[in-house]
Design a protein around this ligand. Structure first.
Ligand SMILES: [Zn+2]
Length: 369
């Protein structure tokens, strides 16, 4: 991407000060957040040989000098592979590795526990994490088993680490309408444990209205609805998808919304709609920077915050790119807009958390003042 400004860290003291702040990520995909070291040791323990894919991001053959060159034989090589997401390697190939370690009860539990340990290293006592149950069926588990095991793993992670995590179930938008309905029906079996649903993955060609029938099943239930919208398409399409998510799909949360600062879609004031309905913005600045924008300043999050939008800052898939940890997003935004901005977005995450009781929010708010 031309004119892309590098993400430079030149103030370590500031970074270290930010690390001391408690954070409350609300948008983080389990498969994109498992630390590389955990994945690599899981592979070793299971005697599994990980290999680089045969094809690149554009589905062209990659030429390797030997089969041995394909073998991912170190943690560093696995990290380098994950960091090649979309630029070098196809999204499916990159995510296939963590997902391949989440196909049995034990593996799902182990990865969820590892995620809790990761969150503790990030000074996050509470997080809302998500995964797409449909990706975890290759060894015969059912949708409800997969969701149940993830809940079990997160509960075990909480016991071990003290980190509370609540689950959101994502639907990969590429699936057909019937499949999305199956997924929502499985989620409804856990309506008291799962926080809500999400539409995720490739936005182009899969507009939010495609899954209206599935999403509608959650209307009138306590399940929350959050949607990836306004991330991957043209500006017009992005704004349209935000509008549709807010209106037809009755969103409680919108992720990404890269051009929300443009404010209007065909005369409809999207910012006003979000503020009026208390819809949280799950912004993922470093994720967007890697693929869709030149600078985190392009999101104009300071203006959105000033206009009353419930801006929250999130890591999305922290294991998948350099500076993936939430603290780096806060660093770059803090350098742009100041510490007051950072404190406000952290407070917003507490205020907008769907799995915290009022007294828990009050107690965390006191800590992050
Ligand atoms: Zn996401």
């Amino acid at each position: 991407m031309p004119n892309k400004l590098p993400l430079t860290i030149d103030d370590n003291e500031y970074l270290e000060a930010l690390r001391k702040k408690k954070t409350f990520p609300l948008h983080l995909h389990i498969d994109g957040s498992i630390p590389v070291g955990t994945l690599f040791s899981m592979a070793k323990k299971r005697g599994r040989v990980l290999k680089l894919p045969k094809k690149d991001a554009n589905e062209q053959e990659i030429s390797y000098s030997s089969e041995k060159e394909r073998i991912i034989d170190s943690e560093e090589k696995l990290r380098e592979f994950q960091y090649g997401l979309l630029s070098k390697y196809h999204i499916n190939d990159v995510f296939d590795i963590p997902i391949s370690f989440m196909q049995t009860r034990d593996d799902i539990v182990e990865t969820c526990v590892a995620l809790s340990h990761y969150l503790r290293t990030q000074n996050s006592p509470y997080a809302e994490v998500r995964f797409a149950p449909q990706y975890h069926l290759t060894q015969g588990l059912s949708l409800t088993q997969v969701i149940g095991y993830a809940l079990e793993g997160l509960a075990k992670g909480r016991e071990e680490t003290g980190v509370t995590t609540r689950l959101i179930a994502s639907i990969d938008r590429k699936v057909d309408v019937e499949r999305a309905i199956d997924i929502v029906n499985a989620v409804l079996c856990f309506r008291n444990e799962v926080l809500g649903i999400d539409l995720a993955c490739v936005e182009n060609g899969n507009p939010p209205e495609k899954h209206y029938e599935a999403v509608k099943l959650t209307f009138g239930t306590q399940l929350k609805r959050t949607f990836h919208a306004g991330e991957m398409c043209s500006e017009e399409e992005n704004l349209k998808n935000i509008y549709t998510s807010l209106t037809l799909l009755q969103a409680h949360g919108i992720s990404h919304a890269i051009q929300l600062h443009k404010r209007f879609y065909r005369g409809y004031d999207l910012i006003e709609m979000m503020v009026r309905n208390g819809v949280r913005l799950e912004s993922n600045p470093i994720s967007n920077y890697n693929f869709f924008i030149n600078s985190v300043a392009d999101l104009h999050l300071d203006q959105l915050l000033d206009k009353g939008v419930f801006v929250t800052i999130n890591p999305d898939d922290p294991a998948m790119w350099p500076q993936g940890d939430l603290v780096y997003g806060l660093y770059h935004l803090g350098k742009l807009y100041g510490l007051k901005f950072v404190d406000k977005v952290i407070r917003n995450s507490v205020l907008c958390a769907w799995g915290l009781k009022t007294e828990e929010k009050m107690s965390y708010l006191k800590e992050v003042m």
